[in-house]
Design a protein around this ligand. Structure first.
Ligand code: LLP
Length: 421
């Protein structure tokens, strides 16, 4: 459920007409709904009710500070994967003891920054990384809290580019080697080994891979405890999928996911962390774009819009489907027609949808891409020298620009010309 609904034929973001935002900020832009972000966070938080837990929002999904603050005010922690994300979370007011640091290649600078600024834990991905964390902690005279990410070798049954839990993926240490890696960790004086971490992939639409992974984590917890490790925290990653279309079968709900966690891991008495990103932000955001031209091609009509693959890369990169809907609904009885919906960027990959049925469109009409709140704005680039598009946050009948559209000068003047030119 989200808060982007039609009223009298006009699409609203909560209580604000989307067309009103377009008139104020220009197109294309991203718009997020506070109520939807809050609702999704609460679903996870309530799903783990009765367990000692922290929901750490995977801020890679949508990292604007206004979004982070909205969630942090509800008690969310953050899952970060770079120094930039760490500093952004801190800037949004998230305390260090609610920030977990994931990612396969943390540099010593990143580790130093997070250790000195305060960190809940590092999710360690390899032995060499563990040794660097230990060294930096000793240099700073601190103890680094860590979990070790184990790769449980389960098939997440999702798009190959976002599956992470098979042994051929670059993530974590093989679960078969966990005993020796934990023994090494326990021998390093700069580390406090507090638990286990695992994340098997993104946009999972079935609970079974989670079950398989969490059963392995349960078994591993008992094995490691028997070896003398005080395993007291389990970070279970993110990955629960969202419905990208209204027609297809809905993925499992957070409450069902929470029940699975309780069933597989509840008996261990560990503190539970989860790192959802997409489910919190995905359906809390739209990308809104204007039709520039309607072009008749050979046997098909192209809707050429002012948003492009640099603004929303998911269709080009993952063949991802986003529902595309008119901001003003057609009058009743007007028949839909198929369009190829494309951006102005100079490559055929800049195609959002082929032969998608839509109400008849004219230049100047607005369309909204649903489910664009996660991995939308954060993956945008300035390809074709197109400035990054603005972000807007709505709450009730108010809206605010939370990232301005840079001017062309701002974009161009970031280049510096060497003296010899
Ligand atoms: N934790 C870790 C360690 C992760 O690598 C990820 C996502 C998450 C949590 C959050 O997963 P989520 O709950 O959002 O599924 N750009 C791709 C998705 C990449 C996901 C990367 N890791 C897309 O647009 O589909």
């Amino acid at each position: 459920m989200d808060h982007f609904l039609y009223r009298d034929g006009a699409l609203y973001a909560e209580d604000v007409p989307v067309a009103e935002i377009a008139a104020a900020v220009g197109t294309p832009f991203y718009v997020y709904s506070t109520a939807t972000l809050q609702r999704h966070f609460r679903l996870f938080d309530e799903a783990l009710d009765g367990m000692d837990h922290l929901v750490c929002y995977a801020m890679k999904a949508a990292s604007n500070q206004a979004i982070l603050k909205t969630l942090a005010q509800m008690g969310a922690g953050m899952d970060v994967v770079s120094q930039g994300e760490y500093l952004r979370a801190k800037a949004a007011g998230v305390p260090g003891d609610k920030i977990v640091f994931s990612g396969v290649g943390k540099t010593s600078d990143e580790i130093r920054c997070a250790l000195s600024g305060g960190i809940r834990q590092f999710n360690v991905e390899s032995e060499p990384e563990m040794i660097v964390i230990d060294r930096v902690a000793q240099e700073l005279g601190l103890i680094a809290p860590i979990t070790i990410r184990v790769n449980p070798d389960v098939d997440a049954k999702t798009h190959a580019k976002i599956a992470t839990g098979k042994s051929e993926n670059k993530f974590g240490i093989p679960i078969s080697r966990a005993k020796e890696v934990y023994a090494l960790a326990a021998s390093l004086p700069g580390l406090d080994v507090i638990g286990i971490d695992c994340h098997i992939g993104s946009q999972l639409t079935d609970l079974e891979p989670f079950r398989l992974a969490y059963e392995k984590i349960s078994e591993l917890t008992e094995t490691l405890r028997a070896e003398g490790h005080n395993i007291r925290r389990l970070d279970l990653g993110g990955g629960l999928g969202i419905p990208y279309t209204r027609s297809n079968e809905a993925p499992p709900l957070p409450v069902e996911y929470g029940q699975l966690i309780k069933d597989t891991l509840g008996h261990l008495g560990c503190e539970i962390e989860i790192e959802p990103g997409r489910l919190i932000a995905g359906n809390a955001g739209l990308m809104v774009s204007e039709v520039i031209y309607v072009k008749s091609g050979e046997g098909r009509d192209f809707l050429i819009i002012d948003g492009a693959m640099n603004d929303l890369i998911r269709p080009a990169m993952y063949e991802a489907h986003h529902d595309i809907i008119p901001v003003i609904e057609a009058a009743p009885g007007v028949e839909q027609q198929p369009y190829d919906i494309v951006g102005p960027v100079c490559e055929s990959g800049d195609t959002f949808a082929k032969q998608r049925n839509l109400t008849p469109m004219q230049p100047g009409d607005l369309v909204a891409f649903r489910s664009a709140g996660a991995y939308g704005a954060v993956m945008a680039s300035e390809y074709n020298s197109r400035p990054l598009i603005p972000e807007v946050l709505v709450t009730g009948d108010q809206f605010a620009v939370i990232r301005e559209r840079p001017s062309f000068d701002e974009m161009i003047n970031r280049d510096t010309i060497p003296a010899w030119l």
